[in-house]
Design a protein around this ligand. Structure first.
Ligand SMILES: *Cc1c(COP(=O)(O)O)cnc(C)c1O
Length: 401
């Protein structure tokens, strides 16, 4: 057996099979490139589902992490530490909001948003106890906890994990009429991805997000934008909501906030909304730890320059121009997306998404399929123009175009 086969066999023998990874074993990575245990190089067109927006081994982020590691890494929230205030202040400023509640993973931040909205509903809006409803969209992806999968419409995410948490109403994504009729006096929040990532990079119809914003404002309902994947530069703006001039009541952030180094997530909102919490009502041992804050502070500083957003917009134009040409060949059914982010529906006759990902892997490009014959393309925002072109050439070759 090769080293690769050996390592995969060991992993398969001793790990729960919650994923179906491509048969490649990464040993090192730098920028947009990864190298496997046998020295083969691959262009990373997934970027850890957008957790690696700033690339692998980013110098600035590693330096910030290293410097903080030598000082203090964990205090718990039982004590203050000297990076916490700056992290909250600067993240709130980046969001144009007031208050930050830090967590670790995306799912925890979504859970936090759900708890916040419910408590706000009871304490501020005056919804009768136990009656709070949160409206979500079909084909959503907000994480893997018991409550979050309770409002998933993906059978694979849900089946056999009940009983499910009540209090959620599911409406078709992009359907304003359905949204309007779903809102009642007990609705405390609407929770949406401004672009649905896992669903295949689905952009809602123009005007949908502003209309939901207007509707939620009229009905005194919180508009929660899950920007865990769409946010922090991916779409060419700091937040995907900005493309439609929408300011939600709450951002849920994660993935790239940790700079690809460690999990950092947060809920960001107004003082009024996050002010519903009292000490002891919510928390996390690792949430807002010094190392997380130091890395996230560097991420925020990098985003403040606007250069990563500009790069995503510029390279995104190139990406969508090239993919548009592929769509013209009929080998690609549809291309969706925004910025340096695309969902590519390939003609199923050319192979499943998995098979196409395998063929791309053999040509030195790593992507991940979602649902059937959809490929998701989300390179690190620091990718070189020539590398992106080369990656797209490989895609073209695999599609036989
Ligand atoms: C990845 C993701 C999550 C969950 O984040 P984890 O860190 O994997 O828990 C939630 N919402 C969206 C939109 C995501 O893309």
């Amino acid at each position: 057996m090769t080293t690769t086969e050996d390592l995969i066999a060991t992993a398969d023998a001793h790990s729960a099979h919650t994923y179906h990874p491509l048969p490649v074993v990464i040993a090192t990575a730098d920028g947009a490139w990864m190298t496997d245990v046998e020295g083969r190089r691959y262009l990373d067109l997934l970027a850890g589902y957008s957790a690696l927006n700033f690339g692998h081994g980013n110098r600035r982020l590693l330096d910030a992490a290293r410097a903080q590691m030598e000082r203090v890494t964990l205090t718990s929230r039982a004590f203050h530490h000297d990076r916490f205030g700056a992290f909250c202040e600067q993240l709130a400023a980046l969001c144009g909001m007031e208050t930050v509640l830090p967590m670790n993973t995306g799912a925890e931040a979504v859970e936090t948003a759900v708890k916040t909205a419910r408590k706000w509903g009871y304490r501020v809006k005056g919804v009768p106890r136990e009656m709070a409803k949160i409206v979500v969209a079909d084909n959503n992806f907000h994480g893997r906890t018991t409550t979050i999968i309770s409002f998933s419409t993906d059978p694979g995410s849900r089946a056999d994990f009940g009983p499910y948490t009540p209090g959620f109403e599911i409406v078709p994504y992009g359907d304003l009429t359905a949204m309007r009729s779903a809102l009642t006096e007990n609705t405390v929040a609407v929770l949406l991805e401004p672009v649905q990532g896992e669903a295949g990079v689905v952009v809602p119809p123009a005007g949908y997000l502003p209309a939901v914003r207007e509707l939620t404002r009229e009905r005194n309902v919180l508009f929660i934008a899950d920007e865990i994947q769409s946010g922090l530069g991916r779409t060419g703006r700091t937040f995907a909501c900005e493309h439609e001039g929408v300011v939600p009541d709450m951002y849920v952030l994660g993935k790239a906030l940790g700079g690809g180094i460690l999990p950092v997530s947060a809920v960001v909102s107004s003082r009024e909304v996050l002010g519903v919490f009292r000490p002891g009502e919510h928390g996390s041992t690792f949430g807002g730890n010094p190392l997380a804050c130091a890395v996230a502070l560097e991420v925020i500083a990098m985003l403040r320059t606007g250069e990563y957003q500009a790069r995503a917009a510029e390279l995104g134009e190139r990406l969508h121009r090239e993919l548009g040409q592929l769509a013209g060949t009929g080998r690609v059914r549809e291309v969706r997306g925004r910025g340096l982010w695309a969902g590519v529906d390939v003609d199923p006759a050319l192979g499943s998404g998995r098979e196409l990902s395998r063929r791309l892997m053999d040509r030195g490009v790593l992507v991940k399929d979602t649902h059937g014959s959809t490929l998701r393309i989300a390179p690190p925002l620091v990718i070189d123009e020539e590398d992106l072109d080369w990656g797209l050439d490989q895609l073209q070759a695999v599609l036989g175009a």
